[in-house]
Ligand binder design. Structure first.
Ligand SMILES: [Zn+2]
Length: 296
């Protein structure tokens, strides 16, 4: 269902899997894989690396987050070999994840959303998996690290969890752009992880980490359920990614298409704004704003 490229150093070492394009409109991620393809064979000293530039090729060809069956690939794992295009892709991706020793899944907010640069992971109940996962997230070196509820299902990281494969997902903006800063940060992050795993010669840079949050509360990390749009309309945010916000503060306004109703939207919790719906036209229940808060 998708093209993958495997590079083998011929020497013992881990098998690192890096995927992009689980959603078809996330271009910083896809371009990062294209860049790594140009140097990895020459730089790889130990172990092997598998790169997938676009997991969801059917979605990419539509210029869309999902393929035309409408299923979100990141909610469909482990998929079904006899199912729809997304279910078959999820099946193939799930098998590939189980073959890896470490896994990085690169995302962005896609066309309609922007996400603050972060590395996320599930708070794996097995410390022997959780500790290397934390170290990998730290090594990747984005400003935010966010460990969340391990129980979420259907994701690439759910498959990695069940296979005890240390795994992180990363986010870097989106908003229908392809930020060069995002590609640079992602390429450096992948190099940092490969250096940490002793797969390439690479010394760790100074830490860029500004926030380290672990939130085990049920549903933490589910980006699609936070501050949903109460009705269809035009959303204008009054906060920016990375801002601190307190519960009860206004984060934006939503106005109906015909202009007869407008509401100010209040944050339900205090914390850091890590996701904003940047495409102004929104539908009922679209996630408008995600706030990363400290538990308790
Ligand atoms: Zn995504």
């Amino acid at each position: 269902m998708f093209t993958k490229h495997t590079y083998d150093s011929g020497k013992p070492g881990p098998h690192l899997l890096i995927t992009a394009g689980v959603h078809g409109d996330e271009f910083e991620s896809i371009s990062t894989i294209h860049r790594i393809q140009t140097w990895i064979q020459n730089e790889l000293l130990h172990g092997s690396v598998t790169l997938v530039p676009v997991v969801n090729e059917a979605a990419f060809l539509r210029g869309h987050r999902t393929a035309d069956d409408g299923l979100d690939l990141a909610r469909t794992c482990p998929g079904n070999i006899d199912g729809s295009v997304t279910e078959q892709t999820a099946h193939e991706l799930s098998e590939l994840i189980c073959s890896a020793d470490y896994y990085i899944d690169l995302h962005t907010g896609g066309t309609r959303i922007s996400v603050a640069p972060l590395a996320g992971y599930v708070l794996h109940p097995n410390m022997e998996v959780l500790e290397p996962t934390r170290q990998m997230a730290r090594a990747f070196n984005l400003p935010i690290i966010w460990g969340t509820d391990w129980r979420l299902e259907g994701r690439s990281l759910s498959i990695a969890r069940d296979a005890n494969v240390p795994a992180i997902y990363c986010e870097y903006l989106g908003g229908a752009q392809c930020s060069i800063d995002g590609i640079n940060a992602y390429e450096n992050g992948c190099k940092n992880v490969m250096g940490w795993l002793d797969m390439i010669a690479h010394s760790q840079p100074d830490s860029q980490i500004e926030h380290f949050v672990e939130d085990p509360r049920p549903g933490a990390g589910h980006l699609q359920i936070n501050n949903p749009a109460p009705f269809d309309g035009v959303f204008i945010a009054s906060v920016s990614l990375g801002d601190s916000i307190s519960a009860g503060e206004i984060y934006g306004t939503l106005t109906t298409m015909d202009g007869t109703k407008s509401v100010e939207l209040m944050a339900e919790t205090s914390g850091i704004v890590i996701l904003l719906h940047t495409f102004p036209g929104v539908n009922t229940s679209d996630p408008l704003c995600v706030i990363m808060s400290e538990p308790g």
